[in-house]
Ligand binder design. Structure first.
Ligand code: M6R
Length: 614
């Protein structure tokens, strides 16, 4: 969702910022643009922008922009105003001397726009962002002539909403001004150069030292140095992060798509999620700073998230309630805060998120905190807003996930939630050492078991041929298998655009069975031992209506083949861990169906990786 890039230093700035935008493409966008301060002494700013893909911007830029030492660039995902060239960023002020790229939403932009229009400013786009350069211009002209930084601060004091901003100006041609509030922004620190970006992978080819900005930060960047301050003007000191992941981890590494690469990374990412957290057969999560006394005070638990992360919460709900002897409620973050949930200081709210920047999940966390709850973020992105603002963060250690469709982040979330469930149960005194040992041993076997599923990828590619012409899929399961069915259906629909719908299998005959014909495929997940026979009846119901059935079942289930057209078997483990194995064939099936159909797998239409607006 929108990407910002910026550079100041001795290199030719435009190729650098365009390269950075390429590394941010995964965030989703509909237009792109670049602004570069003219060559020394020219005191102009050249802006080029266009609707559509980055390749269109690259063609536009070729040979058109002189060498520059300071530039900003942007990929826009429309929120205010259609996807169009005029609405693309960067946006200039009236004279083209102050140019801004912005992610987020300026909530009071209508009011500001009216005020600025009265003062003679002329607007060229429908965006909320465009008020920013005009507001800085207004401040610079009338309040702080000659002091651009002060004008920038004054302007920021007047806006309400969220922003990550990078600004260039011919009033200070050697300077990049950046600021952050509720929208991610990082600065890569080079030798005599700085790289601004919405996400770390965009600076990794240039530097591994990264400053993660926090809300309220305002930074002045020049080739000669950097000044980090608070919006109030106070100086700040913060140690940079040394990024240890390999640059290749943020690139495709030889796979045709990021999605396939990320599916194949799962043995490693599950292992990384477990690493250091199982000590002598016991789960240790010291990063939570949670005492047994605190854990025993909880009277209810909410697991709150969006999309795939919500599906991870559904799986955890299924096992936590039994284990913690507490009511455990899964909730969609977009619903949570609007329904006046029962939350108080005896409530634990666990927020699950890959990006840690999902607007609804952040709002749910803030609501839970306001009501006195203890909040734990199960989150992938280190230093993200969710990680910083929750009372504690349990990192999922999946590494950068580039494909919009979440795969490795999901299995890491399931792994982390399994650890967290065991840890809480231990603190609350509901787990015997033998029980814990059995469970952590099973967890440690998962990476190898996932590898064995990945080795059978060719079978799923063949299945994708069988199901390739079908446009109506029902994903059926019971208990934890229903949670997996929901994630399997989401994977297929988001990347292949097929209609796919998950149902608790017992619900079919209460309505949806009316849709079942020989044109329908039923993907039936059958891994929960206690529910196997019940699910078998549901499979027979859809088979009797001529649907084609693919069953995902345990290796030890020798009967499922008798009533299904096709079976894909996954290794046996504890029922509660089966979702981590059962989802892998569903990810691969979705991938191959989408690939065969020629879909844009890593960036599905209309979707963004990180949904930073409500
Ligand atoms: O970054 P988050 O985990 O908070 O994102 C939540 C959802 O937007 C996300 O899980 C989405 O559903 C997936 N990309 C779908 O594959």
């Amino acid at each position: 969702m929108c990407g910002i890039a910026g550079y100041v230093g001795m290199r030719d700035a435009v190729p650098v910022v365009v390269d950075q935008l390429k590394r941010l493409e995964y965030r989703g966008y509909d237009s792109a643009g670049v602004a570069a301060v003219g060559p020394d002494g020219a005191l102009t700013i050249d802006i080029l922008k266009t609707k559509g893909k980055l390749s269109a911007l690259v063609s536009l830029v070729e040979g058109q922009l002189s060498e520059s030492r300071c530039a900003v660039a942007h990929t826009r995902w429309a929120t205010h105003g259609r996807p169009s060239t005029p609405n693309a960023h960067p946006h200039p002020d009236c004279d083209g001397k102050i140019v801004v790229c912005h992610n987020g939403i300026i909530e009071n932009y209508l009011e500001l726009r009216a005020w600025l229009t009265e003062r003679g400013h002329v607007f060229a786009s429908e965006t909320d962002t465009e008020v920013l350069p005009h507001l800085v211009e207004e401040m610079y002209r009338h309040e702080t002539p000659g002091d651009l930084e002060a004008a920038f601060r004054l302007a920021l004091h007047r806006v309400r909403g969220s922003y990550a901003i990078s600004m260039v100006s011919s009033h200070a041609p050697d300077t990049l001004l950046v600021a952050r509030k509720d929208s991610p922004l990082v600065i890569g620190l080079g030798e005599g150069e700085f790289f601004v970006a919405s996400d770390i992978p965009a600076v990794l080819p240039y530097t591994r030292d990264v400053l993660v900005l926090e809300d309220g930060d305002v930074v002045v960047l020049k080739a000669s140095g950097m000044r980090l301050t608070h919006l109030s003007g106070a100086s700040l000191e913060r140690a940079p992060l040394r990024v240890t992941w390999d640059t290749a981890a943020a690139e495709k590494g030889g796979y045709e798509h990021f999605m396939l690469k990320e599916i194949h990374e799962q043995p490693a990412t599950i292992r990384d999620t477990l690493r250091g957290r199982i000590v002598d057969g016991r789960v240790e999560l010291p990063e939570l700073n949670l005492t047994a006394e605190q854990a025993r005070r909880f009277e209810r638990v909410y697991l709150v998230a969006c999309g795939t992360a919500y599906h991870a919460g559904l799986v955890a709900t299924g096992t936590w309630e039994r284990r913690l002897r507490l009511p455990v409620v899964p909730d969609l973050a977009s619903e949570f805060r609007y329904r006046d949930p029962v939350v108080d200081d005896r409530t634990l709210v666990v927020l699950i998120s890959q990006s840690g920047e999902t607007a609804d999940t952040l709002a749910a966390m803030r609501e839970a905190k306001l009501r006195g709850a203890t909040t734990i973020a199960v989150v992938n992105v280190v230093g993200s807003t969710l990680a910083r603002e929750a009372d504690a963060a349990l990192y999922t250690q999946a590494g950068p996930e580039i494909c919009v469709a979440s795969t490795k982040a999901y299995t890491s979330q399931l792994t982390a939630l399994s650890l967290l469930g065991l840890y809480l149960a231990g603190l609350r005194g509901h787990l015997t050492p033998a029980d814990e040992l059995e469970r952590v041993t099973a967890l440690e076997q998962l990476p190898e078991q996932v590898t064995s599923i990945l080795e059978k990828q060719a079978d799923l590619a063949a299945m994708a041929e069988v199901f390739g012409d079908c446009h109506d899929f029902f994903f059926l399961g019971r208990g934890l298998d229903f949670a997996v069915a929901q994630e399997g259906a989401l994977k297929l629909k988001e990347i292949s655009y097929r209609h796919s719908e998950a149902l608790a299998a017992g619900e079919m005959k209460h309505g949806t069975l009316a849709l079942v014909t020989d044109q329908v495929s039923a993907i039936c997940i059958s891994t929960q031992r206690a529910l196997r026979e019940k699910l078998a009846s549901n499979i027979k119901e859809v088979k009797a209506r001529d649907a084609t059935v693919l069953a995902i079942a345990r290796e030890s289930d020798h009967e499922v083949g008798e009533y299904s057209d096709w079976v894909f078997r996954v290794p046996d483990t504890l029922d509660e861990l089966m979702p981590i194995l059962a989802i892998v064939p569903l990810q691969l099936l979705a991938y191959h169906i989408a690939r065969n159909a020629g879909c844009e797998i890593d960036q599905p239409r209309n979707l963004a990786k990180s949904v930073t607006v409500e």
